[in-house]
Design a protein around this ligand. Structure first.
Ligand SMILES: NC(=O)C1=CN([C@@H]2O[C@H](COP(=O)(O)OP(=O)(O)OC[C@H]3O[C@@H](n4cnc5c(N)ncnc54)[C@H](OP(=O)(O)O)[C@@H]3O)[C@@H](O)[C@H]2O)C=CC1
Ligand SMILES: O=C(CO)COP(=O)(O)O
Length: 321
C-alpha cells in the first residue's frame, strides 16, 4: 500500500523521510507549489526542517490529486487547519485510511483530530499517530515510540505494520479518544510548565504542575470515555514527559517566554495555545475541574497575568491527592 503525507511542515517531512528510508515510494504534499518545487530540487525542506536530506524514494508534489492516489494518507497540518483542509479535499480523501498526525482540539467544534476526520469524511477510516517525538529526532533516525490509534483494529494493525520503520516503533490501541486527548492536553500542561520555569518558580514547581496537569488530563479523558491506561501510555504520560522538560518543544518554549515576559514568534506553531481555550470550554461544559488549563486559558485571553495565575493555583483549597 502506497503512502502520502499531506502537509510539509516539520512533522510531516520527518515522517516522510523516515518512511522513505526503507526505499518504499512516499509522496510528500505541500500546499505551496514553489515550496514543493524547491524541496524536490534541493532534496530537503529548508523552510520547515533544514539539514535532513530526502531519501531518493521520496517525491514532493503540490498536486493534491496525485498525492491522494496513495492508499494510506497521513494528514500533517496543524490542528486548527485540519477541518478546513479536510473539507476542501473531502472528495479525494473519501474511503481512505486517514491518519491524523496533529495534536489538539478544534476551537470551533471542540473535536479532536479523529473526531474531526470522522465528521467530515464519514466513508474514510480515521486514525491518529501521536506520542513523544520531535521531528528533528525522527528525521535524524533516532529511536522513537509512538501510539497508532484506530477504532477498527484490523485497519489499525495494517497501519501499525506499514508505518513502523527502523526508528519509529508503533504501539496500537483502539482508544482513539484517549490517544487524541493525551496529545492535545499535554501541550497545555507544557505551556504551564514553561511558564512556571520562566517565572523562576523552579524545577520542583514544574514537577508539581506536570503531575497535577496529568491528573486533570485523566479527569477530562475519563469523562469523555477514554481509558486511563491510554493516558498513562506514550500518547499521554510519555508525551507529557517529553514536552514539559525539553526546550526543543515549542509549547514549553512558548510558556518559558510567557513566564519571562518575553515575546514569542507568532509564526511558530504552538498547538497548546488554541487548544487551551478549546479545552477550557469543554471542561466548563462537562463540569470537569481543570485548574491548570483554566489559568493558561485566562492568561492567553489576557484575563489574568502569569504571576496572578501562579498565585491562584497555589492558593487553591487544600485537598486529598
Ligand atoms: N514538529 C514536531 O516535532 C511535532 C509536531 N507534531 C504535530 O504535527 C502537527 C504539525 O506540526 P508541525 O509539522 O511541527 O508544524 P509546522 O509549523 O512545521 O508546519 C505546519 C505545516 O502545515 C501547513 N499548513 C498550514 N495550514 C495548512 C492548510 N490549511 N492546508 C495545508 N497545509 C497547511 C504549513 O504549510 P506552509 O509551509 O505552506 O505554511 C506547514 O507546512 C502539529 O499538530 C504538531 O503538534 C507532532 C509531533 C512532533
Ligand atoms: O508534540 C511534540 C513532541 O511529541 C512536539 O512538541 P511541540 O509542538 O511543543 O514542539
Amino acid at each position: 500500500m502506497s503512502i502520502s503525507v499531506l502537509g510539509a511542515g516539520a512533522f510531516g517531512t520527518a515522517l516522510a523521510i523516515s518512511l522513505a528510508r526503507s526505499g518504499q515510494p512516499v509522496i510528500l504534499w505541500a500546499r505551496d507549489a514553489d515550496h514543493a518545487k524547491m524541496m524536490q530540487a534541493d532534496r530537503e525542506n529548508a523552510k520547515r526542517l533544514s539539514g535532513h536530506r530526502f531519501p531518493d524514494s521520496l517525491t514532493v508534489t503540490a498536486d493534491i490529486e496525485i498525492a491522494t492516489q496513495a492508499e494510506i494518507l497521513l494528514l500533517a497540518t496543524p490542528m486548527q487547519q485540519l477541518a478546513r483542509f479536510t473539507t476542501e479535499h473531502a472528495d479525494l480523501l473519501a474511503n481512505h485510511p486517514l491518519v491524523a498526525c496533529c495534536k489538539g482540539v478544534d476551537l470551533q467544534t471542540g473535536l479532536g483530530p479523529v473526531a474531526t476526520l470522522a465528521q467530515i469524511c464519514p466513508t474514510a477510516t480515521p486514525a491518529i499517530l501521536t506520542g513523544p517525538s520531535f521531528a528533528n529526532d525522527i528525521a535524524r533516525g533516532l529511536p522513537t515510540a509512538l501510539t497508532l490509534a484506530c477504532a477498527d483494529d484490523t485497519i489499525g494493525a495494517m497501519l501499525q505494520t506499514r508505518l513502523s520503520t527502523e526508528n519509529l516503533r508503533l504501539y496500537r490501541t483502539t482508544d482513539t479518544t484517549g490517544a487524541e486527548l493525551g496529545g492535545a492536553l499535554k501541550n497545555v500542561v507544557a505551556i504551564a510548565c514553561g511558564a512556571a520555569m520562566g517565572a523562576g518558580l523552579g524545577e520542583s514547581a514544574r514537577a508539581a504542575v506536570m503531575t497535577r496537569g496529568y491528573a486533570e488530563m485523566q479527569r477530562l479523558a475519563q469523562d469523555m470515555g477514554a481509558k486511563a491506561q491510554t493516558l498513562s501510555g506514550l500518547s499521554g504520560f510519555g508525551d507529557l514527559t517529553l514536552t514539559c522538560t525539553s526546550e526543543q518543544s515549542r509549547n514549553y518554549s512558548y510558556g518559558l517566554a510567557l513566564g519571562q515576559g518575553k515575546p514569542f514568534d507568532p509564526n511558530i506553531t504552538v498547538e497548546g495555545a488554541k487548544t487551551a481555550l478549546a479545552v477550557s470550554n469543554l471542561a466548563k461544559n462537562r463540569n470537569v475541574e481543570m485548574p491548570i488549563t483554566e489559568v493558561i486559558a485566562a492568561v492567553l485571553t489576557e484575563k489574568t497575568t502569569i504571576q496572578k495565575a501562579m498565585e491562584a493555583l497555589l492558593s487553591r483549597p487544600l485537598k486529598k491527592e
